[in-house]
Design a protein around this ligand. Structure first.
Ligand code: SF4
Length: 163
């Protein structure tokens, strides 16, 4: 199966979300958090931004220095920074596998903050472990049980899990 950056993000938030996403059970698109995230992505950092589609990966190039790229991922809040870091590292790995050296920046326009992300060998090993675990979760017949966590309140699946 095709494990994309979004699944790496969900994996670091909630394993149940991974299963739901892989079954195309999409969260409530009218959910305020989802709508706002989309708005933010479409309207911020427009001046420097070139959106690139590379295989199944879409990201923003925010800087080019010679043959070195810096790619960006815009997020609403640093509350999910750990998940965002892994998503961006996955993008860096895709580029690396294609022979392109790049580093990353997480962009939090609302907080006026940027965070540098580098891909290390150790993190590549962790990415591979996550990829295998995502496949294992996706192949389960039923989703992992919901586990109440700090992310539930702002999750598009909240009603589905807890109503
Ligand atoms: S509501 Fe909570 S348990 Fe359910 S998918 Fe979202 S984060 Fe996971």
């Amino acid at each position: 199966m095709d494990v994309n950056g979004t699944l790496f993000w969900y994996y670091n938030i909630c394993k149940r979300e991974v299963w739901l996403m892989t079954r195309q059970i999409v969260p409530d698109q009218q959910d305020d958090n989802i709508s706002f995230g989309r708005f933010l992505h479409e309207t911020t950092y427009q001046r420097n931004k070139k959106e690139i589609l590379f295989g199944n990966v879409k990201f923003d190039v925010i800087l080019e220095k010679g043959d070195h790229l810096v790619i960006g991922e815009t997020k609403k809040s640093s509350h999910y920074s750990e998940a965002s870091r892994w998503q961006l590292m996955y993008y860096l790995q895709v580029l690396k596998n294609a022979g392109i050296q790049a580093s990353g920046q997480l962009l939090y326009p609302q907080e006026k903050k940027r965070e540098a992300v580098e891909l290390t060998e150790e993190n590549e090993t962790k990415l591979e472990q996550m990829r295998q675990d995502i496949i294992r979760i996706a192949e389960k017949e039923i989703p992992p049980e919901p586990i109440q966590c700090q992310y539930c309140r702002k999750c598009g699946y909240e009603e589905y899990c807890w109503a």
